[in-house]
Design a protein around this ligand. Structure first.
Ligand code: TMP
Length: 209
């Protein structure tokens, strides 16, 4: 039986996801609340190897379906090896990216189809679906401006601004598919204002104290 809480973070490149996850980690630590923090793709040695394969700029000929399947394979391994045992044990799991990234990037931006990816996600996840997803809602045009450009070190980051704009549109589609689970939070304010909004949202849903 699933006893733990499962929280995921989503957003386009450069929206400050890592900072917000780090701030939530600090809050949970100072308030003595136990949680494990993982990232996708990754979180175990097999999924980290799949991550290297997917993000390697040398693999420019990778097909969209191969890419979607690799993200799903990495996810399947992570669920069975880490997420399911933790949740079954009553531990809170916080994951940097999960199924909505596949909807936005592969389903929408790569054009594989949002409904097809939704089915693939359901097949891979079974009952291990997030209780709540924080979507840091900022379009890439704004996040890249804020950062003074966009990182171009891995195969996904190397994609065009148009691709990243499509990813944002894909996230909006995901929020329509899952209006209760996905909560949109704007990171336009200060880092600490955004962190407070996230903590209040998680508390209101009974996911943290
Ligand atoms: P990140 O961990 O630095 O965010 O890198 C992961 C990259 O992989 C990022 O560009 C988003 C992308 N991605 C997908 O395209 N589909 C997915 O399902 C996941 C989890 C990530």
């Amino acid at each position: 039986m699933i006893k733990g809480k499962f929280i995921t973070f989503e957003g386009c490149e450069g929206v400050g996801k890592s900072t917000q996850i780090r701030m939530l980690k600090e809050y949970l630590k100072t308030t003595n609340q136990e949680a494990i923090f993982i990232r996708e793709p990754g979180g175990n040695s097999i999924s980290e190897k799949i991550r290297e394969l997917i993000l390697d700029p040398a693999n420019s000929s990778m097909t969209s379906m191969c890419e979607a399947m690799l993200y799903s394979s990495a996810r399947s391994q992570l669920i069975e090896q880490v997420i399911a045992p933790a949740l079954d044990n009553g531990t809170t799991v916080i994951c940097d990216r999960f199924i909505d990234s596949t909807i936005a990037y592969q389903g929408y931006a790569r054009g594989l189809g949002v409904q097809k990816i939704k089915l693939m996600n359901e097949l891979v996840c079974g009952d291990y679906m997030p209780d709540l997803t924080i979507f840091l809602d900022l379009p890439p045009s704004d996040s890249f401006k804020r950062k003074g450009g966009h990182d171009k070190s891995d195969r996904m980051e190397l994609e065009s601004i148009e691709f990243h704009n499509d990813v944002y549109s894909g996230y909006i589609e995901a929020t329509k598919l899952y209006p209760t689970r996905i909560v949109r939070i704007s990171p336009r304010g200060s880092k600490s204002d955004t962190a407070s909004a996230i903590i209040k949202t998680l508390q209101a849903r009974g996911l943290i104290q």
